[in-house]
Design a binder for this molecule. Sequence first.
Ligand SMILES: C[S@@+](CC[C@H](N)C(=O)[O-])C[C@H]1O[C@@H](n2cnc3c(N)ncnc32)[C@H](O)[C@@H]1O
Length: 193
Amino acid sequence: MNQDERMFSIGVQNINLKEFSQKGRVLDIGGGGEGIIGQLLGEKVIAIDPRSDELEEAAEGPLKIIMDARELKFLNKTFDGVTSFFTLMYIEKQYHQKVFEEIYRVLKDEGEFVIWDATISQFPGGIKDIILVPLEIELKDKKITTTYGVLWNKAQQDMKYYIKLGEKIGFEVITKEEMNQTYYIRFKKKVSI
Ligand SMILES: C[S@@+](CC[C@H](N)C(=O)[O-])C[C@H]1O[C@@H](n2cnc3c(N)ncnc32)[C@H](O)[C@@H]1O
């Protein structure tokens, strides 16, 4: 580790996905790495990630495609659901609106956009600081323990921030829940008249 690199960890966060389900075809953005949504929903999932190494690491089941959420290569109204499992915190704030607009575009009317992410407070210090988010994730048949580490160079990101952005794009909040230092938002795409 470089001298000016420092790591900060939040406490272990529990995420319960035992009851989570999603109908139809699901796009998982940033679906590489552990590929949690792919592990949960299998072949219903199209997992996209700009990094091929992250997609290769993810378990088999979903269709894996190298793609950036800022520029989705799908037609309008393709998916019944879109998920983002601890991916938004990896995307620079300046691109969040574009990512939300792309997700809105590829969702069918009444389709759902579901987010799990960490509450990240304002960047406090050195440009190479890393924040670690340790998770214990409960799926239907197993428990996964993992830690996501991200460069702590972002502005504050929390549930309120994403709800405001989602509503601006045209989403309606169906469910929202804060759990310790993580949160869950279920948006619905309002029917366009
Ligand atoms: C640590 S992973 C999040 C956890 C992952 N969803 C899982 O289930 O394990 C974050 C992923 O987001 C990806 N990512 C970063 N920027 C992205 C973007 N613009 N579009 C899509 N994925 C992106 C990263 O490459 C990384 O694989």
